[in-house]
Design a protein around this ligand. Sequence first.
Ligand code: NDP
Ligand code: 8X3
Length: 254
Amino acid sequence: MSGSVLITGASSGFGEAAARRFAAAGYPLVLVARRQERIDALVEELSSRTPCHGVVLDVRDRQSVTDRLGSLPEPFDDVEVLVNNAGLALGMGGADTADLDHWDTMVDTNIKGVMYCTRTILPSMVSRGGGHIVNLGSVAASWPYPGGNAYGGSKAFVQQFSRNLRTDLSGKNIRVSCVEPGMCETEFSLVRFEGDAAKADAVYDGMQPLSAADVAEIIFWVTSLPAHINVNQLEVMPVTQTWSPFAVHRDQPG
Ligand code: NDP
Ligand code: 8X3
């Protein structure tokens, strides 16, 4: 690789771990998230290893994404890898009781944020004649579970958007991969349950989830394969997670 690596959602979880992984390999980094202190601290820490540039913004803010990620200073403007990682789940209630504000936030972040960042960075990849977009999907894109509703729907968008990008980018030497993890202990569940640590901890109780470093290694691996190889979609779960039989409700008359 010759350019920079831009990671959204770099202030925790997969994004932070991916920043460390790419820094260890010496790539210039653009680290994006909303929490200024976290981004500042990571930029300061990783700058001793590699050039780092922090951008504090909300990926839901189209103007801000377009203006700030579209005018990065050198050498960061030569983005070779875009990791569209910023995202979240909110709530786990049924679709009939879910909070519409939660649904809006998931759609705006997981769908629109990915669209804005991709559309902003893609023209420079096309001009430079190469690049790689890694989108963070989820097992929830393909496998429904109770309370997954809008979150699963938003990740299904990420899966299909990734495939469609590949067709649009045919012949342009730009790779697109959708990495789809299962259960991984990050701040994901703490965010989903709005700061309720007991509920978040219970999600991983008695099982070994993936770690953020596991997923970062996969993201790094996908990008470091020989340039003629494109991993389209990569679903990964901890060994402790698998599928259940279909639920059949038998009380309902005909
Ligand atoms: P974390 O909550 O640990 O990290 C989420 C990151 O996204 C944070 O850095 C957060 O930063 C950032 N973010 C959230 N909203 C915005 C926003 N509007 N603008 C900019 N940045 C934002 O979770 P994970 O690391 O686990 O999640 C990363 C991605 O992986 C998400 O897309 C998630 O859906 C997906 N995923 C997670 C799985 C899991 O089990 N953990 C499994 C499968 C997929 P800040 O708050 O500072 O803005
Ligand atoms: C997060 C994984 O299984 O909690 O995307 O939906 S799961």
